[in-house]
Design a protein around this ligand. Structure first.
Ligand SMILES: *Cc1c(COP(=O)(O)O)cnc(C)c1O
Length: 358
């Protein structure tokens, strides 16, 4: 008997969410971002869900090789580029598109023998201050790559810190765009700037290529509910009640006795804990569904279990179905209650969780 905990991946939802991205940016080439094991959904499922994407983009070179082995023939983009000379050789062999974000990578690229010219995505640091050339150094890097016969094409790329919060006073979206345009002035090349937030909220800005990630999995890139964008949850995390306790007023539940029953109550024990990827910081009150009915998590999350208030579900029994997130309970809502974002919950699904699909 397997544990009742299962992550159900809805391939049709992946396909649908991709069409939402395409509809938003009909002129753009769409890279479906599948880093981190397709945000926890599995590379092989993403491959089928995103068969209509123009390319797949990710961080991990070994996973990129696996995509080729699984039969993906369209472009694959390494979003952080190559990490060493061996990666460059592999990228050359498997014909990956490569991001270039620093001078060290240009030097390694120049030492690599490419059987076929390579597509480069030159990254600018337009204010996020993670990866990329400064606006001032950008044209120089572009020129050096353009003069390299091994380079087939160059795409101008940057990444927004606040696509979902365009008026952020520390770095407004418009300021990042201004720096990007300044640094890339006069460079004749396609532009790739939009992540999910920009694709959904700023579809009008120039991005010949877009790089949606979380939206494809039915997560919201910001505070607006994903359903407002017609996105469907691709992952439903489901389990069952494996125990029920009737407790008296004043009785405590779980480690640290953090929840004390104010009245006599029925407590459900769910087969899912932080070792499965459920956030340990989810406080009492975090929403959860039992038999489709909304109730709340109570007490501390354990490694393999969590406890719920069964007051709103008097018919609950051992074996009752529990939804931790997904259908009828947006992952973003659970994430917000736990002080995190949907992205983290998706990616944190643990290897021991059984995965099925529909
Ligand atoms: C992860 C990532 C994306 C996708 O971001 P979402 O917010 O999930 O849409 C796009 N571009 C780059 C460079 C990334 O690393």
């Amino acid at each position: 008997m397997p544990r009742p905990l299962v992550a159900i991946i809805d391939i049709a939802a992946l396909q649908h969410n991709l069409t939402v991205a395409k509809r938003k940016t009909p002129q753009a080439r769409v890279w479906a971002v599948v880093k981190a094991n397709a945000y926890g959904h599995g590379l092989e499922r993403a491959l089928r869900g995103f068969a209509e994407a123009d390319g797949l983009a990710l961080i991990e070179p070994d996973a990129a090789v696996r995509l080729r082995d699984l039969g993906w023939r369209k472009p694959i983009l390494l979003l952080e580029g190559c990490f060493d000379a061996v990666d460059f050789a592999i990228a050359a062999q498997y014909q990956f598109d490569i991001a270039i974000h620093c001078a060290e990578q240009i030097a390694l690229l120049e030492q690599t023998r490419f059987p076929k010219p390579v597509n480069i995505h030159l990254k600018m640091n337009s204010g996020m201050n993670r990866l990329g050339f400064t606006p001032a150094a950008f044209a120089g890097a572009f020129g050096r790559l353009r003069d390299n016969p091994a380079v087939a094409s160059i795409t101008l790329m940057t990444h927004f810190a606040n696509a979902d919060d365009a008026d952020n006073p520390a770095l407004p979206l418009a300021e990042q765009l201004r720096r990007f345009q300044l640094g890339s002035a006069g460079l004749d090349a396609p532009v790739s700037v939009s992540n999910s937030g920009a694709t959904l909220l700023h579809a009008g800005l120039t991005s010949h290529q877009v790089r949606p990630g979380v939206m494809l999995y039915g997560g919201s890139p910001g505070t607006a509910p994903a359903a407002d964008f017609d996105l469907r949850p691709a992952m439903t995390l489901q389990s069952e009640l494996i125990g029920i306790q009737q407790i008296h007023a004043g009785e405590a539940v779980g480690y640290g006795s953090r929840f004390v029953a104010p009245v006599p109550m029925s407590v459900g024990v769910v087969a899912c804990g932080y070792a499965d990827g459920y956030p340990r910081h989810a406080p009492t009150g975090t929403p959860i569904l039992v038999q489709g009915m909304r109730t709340r998590v109570i007490g501390n999350i354990s490694m393999d279990m969590l406890t719920v208030d069964l007051t709103p579900v008097p018919t609950a029994h051992v074996g009752s179905c529990v939804t931790l997130w997904g259908d009828d309970l947006p992952i973003d809502e659970v994430a917000r209650a736990a002080g995190t974002i949907g992205y983290e919950l998706m990616c944190a699904i643990a290897p021991r969780v059984r995965v099925t699909e529909r």
